[in-house]
Design a protein around this ligand. Structure first.
Ligand code: AP5
Length: 215
């Protein structure tokens, strides 16, 4: 089902399930998914100039500088009518830049969906996350384990842990989230497009909550 007018921001702490839900939304509604984390990880993997600049920040759980990220988003959005932003904006500077970019195009955001999950659940989810380095599939050893012991169900490749999913780095990502990204809740809350949903529960339950907001 293609949808030609949703311009959605998925906001939330690390591990809230933004990537999981963005993928489901993109598949069901035929909307472009733009994940800054995925784009940066791919750049690091390929060793591009962007990847070389971003790696040290990502490994430490710090944010990549705003000017790099805003340039990247500008390229990704171009003239798209519809998109889901996963992991962007992360700072007030990024949120203001996005507003300007979309105002110039006359296509403002239609939904900001804040997926809220408590810290202890985040740590549980992220320490148990495993990803496929080949096809990018995401698993969870507790909630969504692969069929065969840490092997990708789709392509048979051994799964790996993201370098920023170590508990000390996760704690720093949570701190950075609270300092730099959580203020965006107040930035968007005043607008009619803001919706907060509970991110705890089965993936399909959270998805149903998001869909009820979109209807
Ligand atoms: P990024 O990749 O964006 O990381 P993040 O925001 O920390 O988010 P995650 O990918 O960790 O979690 P998620 O919410 O997508 O959860 P997921 O669906 O995977 O960014 C990484 C780094 O890149 C940053 O630290 C920064 O350095 C840099 N960066 C990126 N964007 C930037 C920006 N805009 N500005 C500056 N720097 C930027 O789910 C997590 C786990 O839980 C999985 O195992 C999943 O299977 C499981 N799960 C999902 N839903 C559920 C559920 N309902 N119940 C149980 N388990 C679930």
């Amino acid at each position: 089902m293609a949808h030609d007018g949703y311009r959605i921001v998925l906001l939330g702490p690390p591990g809230a399930g933004k990537g999981t839900q963005a993928k489901l939304l993109a598949e069901k509604y035929g909307i472009k998914k733009i994940s800054t984390g995925d784009i940066l990880r791919e750049a690091v993997r390929k060793g591009t100039p962007l990847g070389m600049k971003a790696k040290k920040y990502m490994d430490a759980g710090e944010l990549v500088p705003d000017d790099i990220i805003v340039g990247l988003i500008e390229e990704q959005i171009e003239d798209a009518h519809s998109f889901i932003l996963d992991g962007f904006p992360r700072t007030l500077v990024q949120a203001e830049a996005l507003d300007r970019l979309l105002a110039e195009r006359g296509k403002p955001l239609t939904h900001v969906i804040f997926v809220n999950v408590p810290d202890e659940e985040i740590v549980r989810r992220l320490t148990a996350r495993r990803v496929c380095p080949k096809c990018g599939a995401v698993y969870n050893l507790i909630y969504n384990p692969p069929k065969n012991d840490e092997i990708c169900d789709i392509c048979g490749t051994p799964l790996v842990q993201r370098s920023d999913d170590r508990e000390d780095v996760i704690r720093n990502r949570l701190k950075v989230y609270r300092e730099s990204t959580a203020p965006l809740v107040d930035y968007y809350r005043k607008r009619g497009i803001f919706h907060e949903i509970d991110g705890v529960g089965k993936v399909e339950e959270v998805f149903a909550r998001i869909e009820s907001v979109l209807r």
